[in-house]
Unconditional design. Structure first.
Length: 317
């Protein structure tokens, strides 16, 4: 935990009195962010705008509802004009609460400052606590979408088993071994087997929320997709990512307004940053034969209209 102290410079004009409380936190919080060590409160600042020093301060932090345990901080002295910044605030999340949350809730964090038994300042910060399977979109840490790639979901093992069987039936010398062959053609055949396997599951396409790119959406896990046979473009994209990663390949999620689809490297490589907004950099890798990008919704059409992988690749450019 980092604690900083500063003394404000004197000014002649009127200034606020009392203790000011500033809370820095993300607008949303979910199980994915907690699992990736995103703090509930990024920083807390206390400023003494009064003319007298404050001694023996207690700072109480509480969450309502109880998605995380509250805590108590103590300050021996806060001088006039002094600011204390604590970063981050280590609040213990309630994993059971977050993992079971079916719908998002509007919550808040309250910070109360007490001098003895007297409350001298209080501040609340609203936080939207997301459902366990909800991605926040681009409004807060969009790279957390990677947390919804779940290669260890038991349903993924079933799909990879089917894909491996299909691959072996067509090429008896091949297996789902990722990049071990060091052959782009062999990787392409593994991707093709995964695509054909998912296409054979008779899934039905569902429209995503109109604002899913900004506001996010709930993402169905692989077992829920196979049970309900319904999936949005983002559901299908994460399903493919999970299968590709379990096969030892390196997938990527591609976005444009209102739509998501998937890409995969044909050799063991990756983009330099978790988030990339340079479309030409992606197209360059596609044109060089290093990277495949394909439409995923074609596997969730009527069997007479399902797209082959080659057509899906054309539509994914």
């Amino acid at each position: 935990m980092e604690i900083e102290g500063t003394l404000a410079s004197p000014i002649d004009e009127a200034r606020p009195t009392g203790v000011a409380v500033e809370i820095e936190s993300d607008a949303t919080l979910g199980y994915a962010s907690i699992q990736n060590s995103v703090p509930v409160i990024r920083s807390l600042r206390l400023t003494n705008h009064g003319e007298d020093a404050l001694e023996g301060l207690e700072v109480l932090i509480a969450c309502n509802p109880g998605f995380a345990q509250g805590t108590k901080l103590r300050f021996d002295r806060l001088a006039p004009g002094e600011t204390r910044r604590i970063s981050p605030i280590e609040l213990q999340p309630d994993h059971a609460y977050l993992a079971d949350l079916q719908e998002s809730v509007n919550a808040y964090v309250t910070v109360s400052v007490l001098a003895g038994s007297i409350e001298i300042a209080t501040k609340s910060q609203n936080i939207q606590v997301l459902a366990y399977d909800q991605w926040a979109g681009t409004r807060a840490l969009p790279e957390l979408l990677a947390a919804f790639c779940m290669p260890n979901n038991p349903a993924i093992d079933v799909l990879i088993g089917k894909a491996a069987k299909l691959l072996r039936s067509q090429y008896n010398e091949l297996s789902m071994n990722g990049y071990q062959s060091k052959s782009r053609d062999v990787v392409w055949k593994q991707v093709s087997a995964i695509y054909s396997t998912i296409s054979a599951e008779n899934l039905q396409y569902a429209e995503p929320p109109a604002s899913f790119g900004t506001d996010g959406q709930k993402i169905r896990t692989a077992d829920r997709i196979l049970e309900g046979r319904v999936a949005t473009c983002l559901d299908l994209t994460m399903l493919f990512c999970s299968c590709l990663e379990q096969a030892g390949l390196r997938p990527a999620v591609l976005f444009k307004e209102g739509h998501a689809w998937v890409g995969v490297w044909l050799h063991s490589a990756c983009f330099p940053d978790p988030l990339l907004d340079d479309i030409q950099a992606v197209r360059k890798r596609v044109d060089s034969g290093e990277f495949l990008a394909f439409e995923t919704t074609g596997v969730a059409q009527h069997h007479t209209r399902r797209l082959s992988l080659r057509i899906a690749l054309e539509r994914g450019q």
